[in-house]
Design a protein around this ligand. Structure first.
Ligand code: FNR
Length: 330
């Protein structure tokens, strides 16, 4: 795994499942993060090869609940992001999945109360000893690259100081979301404060915040000097943001996402959530499309809504035949 000059799909809960990661990669993302998965959940999982779909699943033991799904095609670019507040538990979770992914990342930026109350996400930012413990434990015991993703602290000196401590743990790269914990998504990302982190470190920094067009990749790199650039909402609203050509129309991208959700049997809740986010950005959930997505109960209904019934039927009739020659279904 290399972190120089990379376009990176950011971790996004309920969005960054396998079909969305593959979609982003198809348009040009070099590195694709999965949604944050909490260590408590991952430690209950076992690895299962899913020959029916042609993927590898991490399934909660004793249930059919797929917590993380990946496939060979993304093995060299998928990053598994953990939510944790404990080094040993983080390691146990990471060891279950590390041979099937390109890197392990620790989320140190999530401001949601669920994360903070569990001592995870942004709650780690003011516990440098715990950060050190988690990252060095992962580094010492895993053979894959280990990284983490932070937000800005109260002052840029504090951010730089923390970033230096993180660098000393031996992580391969540091992703910096250019907002403070209390900032809202509409507040502008502070690229100048990311630049200060870049100047202070020798490891690659991945700059994140307010990239919405292909041209922004160049602008944020020029403004920060960062090695790589990570994008969340810009990709959610149109995954073709990674393509150097003109953006593909969002309706077409959305359709492609629906097809990939069918092909990889995505969790219907995640597909619905992602479609709702896309629709809300360009239109309104109160219109017939939005209402029908909300009402859908399974992928067959989603397929019907988007006129993909024949594709749905074809994929499901040909799964075993297609295993190993999946291209015929794409
Ligand atoms: C996020 N973000 C996020 N961050 C993270 O480290 N782990 C996660 O699971 C999530 N989940 C998530 C879901 C959704 C729907 C959004 C929009 C965002 C934060 C994200 O990775 C990124 O840091 C911010 O959105 C800032 O980047 P953009 O949106 O300005 O490109």
């Amino acid at each position: 795994m290399e972190y120089h000059n990379k376009l990176v799909l950011a971790p996004m809960v309920r969005v960054g499942t396998l079909p969305f990661r593959l979609l982003a990669a198809e348009y040009g993302a070099d590195v694709t993060y999965g949604e944050e998965i909490i260590d408590h959940k991952m430690v209950k999982c076992e690895r299962k090869v899913n020959e029916y779909v042609g993927c590898t699943d991490f399934v909660e033991k004793g249930t059919e609940n797929v917590v993380f799904r990946t496939c060979n095609e993304e093995r060299n670019r998928v990053v598994f992001q953990i939510g944790t507040s404990d080094a040993v538990r983080a390691l146990t979770a990471a060891q279950i999945v590390c041979n099937d992914v390109a890197a392990i990342d620790v989320n140190m930026g999530c401001p949601k109360s669920f994360s903070i109350s569990g001592g995870m996400g942004a709650a780690l930012l003011n516990k440098p000893e715990l950060i050190h413990d988690i990252l060095t434990t992962l580094k010492r015991n895993l053979s894959c690259p280990v990284t983490c993703k932070i937000r800005l602290l109260k002052s840029s000196q504090d951010t730089v100081e923390l970033a230096r401590r993180i660098e000393k743990t031996g992580v391969s790269a540091l992703a910096v979301h250019g907002r403070r914990v209390a900032d809202r998504p509409r507040d502008p990302a502070k690229w100048s404060e990311i630049a200060e982190v870049v100047s202070a470190l020798s490891i690659p920094v991945i700059a994140n915040g307010d990239v919405f067009d292909y041209g922004d990749f160049k602008r944020i790199r020029a403004a920060t000097g960062a090695s790589s650039v990570m994008v969340a909402r810009g990709a959610l609203w149109n995954a073709s943001v990674f393509s150097p050509e003109d953006k593909v129309h969002w309706e077409k991208v959305k359709r492609e996402y629906v097809r990939k959700s069918i092909l990889w049997e995505n969790d219907v809740k995640s597909t619905k959530h992602t479609l709702k986010e896309m629709i809300m950005h360009y239109s309104c959930l109160e219109l017939p499309e939005g209402k029908s997505v909300i009402k859908s109960e399974n992928l067959a209904e989603i397929a019907q809504l988007y006129g993909e019934e024949r594709y749905y039927q074809f994929v499901n009739e040909n799964r075993f035949f297609a295993y190993g020659s999946r291209d015929e279904l794409l």
